[in-house]
Design a protein around this ligand. Structure first.
Ligand code: PZK
Length: 287
C-alpha cells in the first residue's frame, strides 16, 4: 500500500484501511484458517481468487442489491469500497442442511426457528432457502439469534428488507453456481447503510471463505460433502492428530499446491475468466 492509509480493522485473513472519509480499502491476504485457527503457511493467490470472485458477484448482482464496490486495484487483492454504517447482524442464508444447521435440526427438527419437514438427511437441500441471522461475535463464534432479537438490533422494516435481499442474492448466486458445477450450501452477507439510509451489500460476498462451496459431482444427501477449497488442509491436519489449538501446523508443498488449485477451480467456472488473465488484468471480472 503506497499511500498513507489508516489501519481500521483486521479480520482473520483480511485487513481494512481508511483511504479518506468515505472510502475504505479491503485487502485480502493469502492466509488460510482451518478449525478457526490461522495457519503459518500461506496459499499463494488465495486473496486474489477471493477478491476476484467477490468483485465478480458484485458486478453480477448490482440489480439485485446495491453494493460497496468502487474499484478493484491492479494488485487483484485490494478493493476500494464505500464506507457505510454497518448493520450489527450477520445475514446467513442456508439452502442445505449443514454445519450448525444440521446439528440444530437433529436436536429440534428446526433450524433457528424455521420448522422443517421430518426425515431430512445431512446435507439435504431445503425446500426453500432460509434466513438465519447471527450476531457478530468479537471473539469466538457468531451466535444465532431469533427474528425478535434481530428486529431489536436493526428494526423490523430493515430486517424484512435484509432478509429479502439476502435470499434474493443467494437464489441468484446458487442457481448460477449450480449450473457451473458448484453447490453453494450456505452463505453469510454483511450489509451497511449509505448516507441516504439505503441498504448496501458490503464485505466479501459469495466466496469459499464466506460460504460453504461443495463440488456438485460429489454432492449427495446423507453424507457431509468435502469442502471445495479446504479439504486437503483439513485432511492433512486430521492426519497429524493436531489438537486444533494455536499454533496450527505448517502445510507441506503438495497440500499448498493442491489447495491453490482448488481455489482456481472454483474461480474459473464461476467467472468464465482464466485466472492468469485475472492476474494480468483484474478488472476483467467486472466486464
Ligand atoms: C467494515 N468490517 C469487517 C472485513 C476487516 C474487517 N464498506 C464498509 N464500510 C464500513 N465498514 C466496513 C465496510 C466493509 N466491508 C467491514 N468492518 C467494517 C471487516 C474485512 C476486514 F478487518
Amino acid at each position: 500500500m503506497p499511500e498513507a492509509a489508516l489501519h481500521v480493522g483486521s479480520g482473520k485473513v483480511r485487513e481494512l484501511y481508511a483511504l479518506d472519509a468515505d472510502r475504505l480499502l479491503l485487502v485480502a491476504s493469502d492466509r488460510i484458517s482451518t478449525f478457526d485457527v490461522v495457519l503459518p503457511t500461506e496459499i499463494p493467490d488465495k486473496g486474489r481468487v477471493l477478491t476476484g470472485l467477490s468483485a465478480f458477484w458484485f458486478a453480477r448482482t448490482r440489480n439485485v442489491c446495491a453494493n460497496h464496490l468502487v474499484s478493484l486495484r491492479p494488485d487483484g487483492r485490494s478493493t476500494e469500497c464505500r464506507r457505510l454504517e454497518m448493520l450489527p447482524i450477520e445475514c446467513v442464508v442456508r439452502g442445505y442442511l449443514a454445519g450448525s444447521g444440521w446439528k440444530d435440526y437433529t436436536k429440534t427438527g428446526a433450524v433457528c426457528g424455521h420448522a422443517l419437514p421430518p426425515g431430512l438427511l445431512e446435507s439435504a437441500q431445503l425446500p426453500e432457502p432460509i434466513f438465519t441471522p447471527a450476531t457478530k461475535a468479537t471473539t469466538g463464534h457468531d451466535e444465532n439469534i431469533d427474528r425478535a432479537r434481530a428486529a431489536e438490533l436493526v428494526g423490523r422494516d430493515r430486517l424484512e428488507e435484509v432478509e429479502r435481499a439476502s435470499i434474493d442474492l443467494y437464489r441468484f448466486a446458487s442457481e448460477y453456481a449450480r449450473e457451473r458445477g458448484i453447490v453453494i450450501a450456505d452463505t453469510k452477507f454483511e450489509f451497511g447503510l449509505d448516507d441516504e439510509g439505503r441498504l448496501v451489500l458490503a464485505d466479501e460476498a459469495l466466496t469459499p471463505d464466506s460460504s460453504r462451496f461443495w463440488p456438485a459431482d460429489e454432492y449427495g444427501a446423507g453424507a457431509a460433502p468435502t469442502s471445495f477449497d479446504k479439504q486437503f488442509v483439513r485432511d492433512y491436519c486430521e492426519s497429524l492428530g493436531w489438537d486444533k489449538t494455536e499454533p496450527g501446523p505448517e502445510l507441506p508443498d503438495d497440500v499448498v499446491s493442491g489447495t491453490r488449485a482448488r481455489y482456481v477451480e472454483a474461480f474459473e467456472p464461476l467467472t468464465a475468466v482464466n485466472f492468469d488473465h485475472y492476474l494480468s488484468d483484474p478488472e476483467v471480472v467486472l466486464r
